[in-house]
Design a protein around this ligand. Sequence first.
Ligand code: NAG
Ligand code: NAG
Length: 361
Amino acid sequence: MLSRALLLLSALASPSLGDEAASMAPLFSDLTQKFVPVGPVEVTSGILPEWLEFDRLVNGFGQYGGIIDGENSTFFEFDYLFDVLSYVQSWNIKDGQVSYGHSMTKSTYYNQTVNGERPMLRSFGGTTPALTPKEKMETIKATSVSDNYNVNIVDVGGKKFTISDTTGQVEIDPADLTTMSDFHYDDELDKQTMGIISCAHPTQLPNDPYMYNYQAQLFGNAPHHREGAHKLQFYRVDTTKEPLTREVMIDIDVQDLSYLHQFANTPNYLVLLHYPLFWQVMGIATSTEILPNMKWDASKGTKVQVIDKRTWTVTKEYTTDATFAYHHLNAYEEGDNVIVDILTNICDESNGDASCDDMNK
Ligand SMILES: *[C@@H]1O[C@H](CO)[C@@H](O)[C@H](O)[C@H]1NC(C)=O
Ligand SMILES: *[C@@H]1O[C@H](CO)[C@@H](O)[C@H](O)[C@H]1NC(C)=O
């Protein structure tokens, strides 16, 4: 029952590469149990320092296809990691005692699959077997996105939300990992039908009541087409106030919509790196898969924008070499400078033009 938890612990402790590879394998396979109640687990080796205390909820990839409740085989499989069904883990360490539990996230998407239905929603990388022509038609017509939020869990004013790069969130009860319903903010952003893309890493500095993130409003500038067709609406949430509400602070106009998975937040600035890996919005709208519509265009370079939170204006903007990254490691201010440390992906420069179309490999 605890094999997965213990394997994860041993992956952290293991010095040998062979063991590491073996212990990584469960990360890329279905959970053997969909639900393990949160409870104490045995520590089989080592001693936990008395001072060590943490309380952590994480999500991840729990099920690699659709399994009908009570059956034991998938009726379809996902072809790409980003689509894998989300689950939530709870880890707690206190007074030398470890407790652990996990549960599949009971999203609308998941609930459909356990009832034997194929959700008619776009996926990143498709499924095996592929959708039938009729299912494809249904999927292309869909205007909503999946609520299979498998990328990150955030605490917003005490509520635990499981989220992804698309908008929306499902609330999780950390005590027993129950999936509460889809959470909706009572605000204007929630009503935007073209507010589909967001960022899986909202950010809040210690002792700052505000959490920051953005929602991309597709064709938000149409029909004017001033600076760009779309706009990134940067908002903040005062996490000390009920009900939680998002307040739009600045609109960033963009012609091409970058895959912008994380941005930097320092006391005075937000720093955006618009990598030249673009969501081809029209392509996505007319197909069932997103991945073939993510296009790398090195000629556009990486556009850097610095937003000053004191004035809510873009104070600096320039274009640098084409690169791609998912995650930021650190950001801080040094005098008038902002230092942003990002984990860039290894690009293929064999053809003279850095190719970072990482997702499409
Ligand atoms: C489900 O399938 C696995 C292997 O595919 C097997 O080991 C397990 O016993 C099966 N469980 C049930 C309840 O049939
Ligand atoms: C999915 O179904 C479960 C009951 O099995 C329910 O508790 C949960 O709220 C449902 N999820 C959504 C998003 O409606």
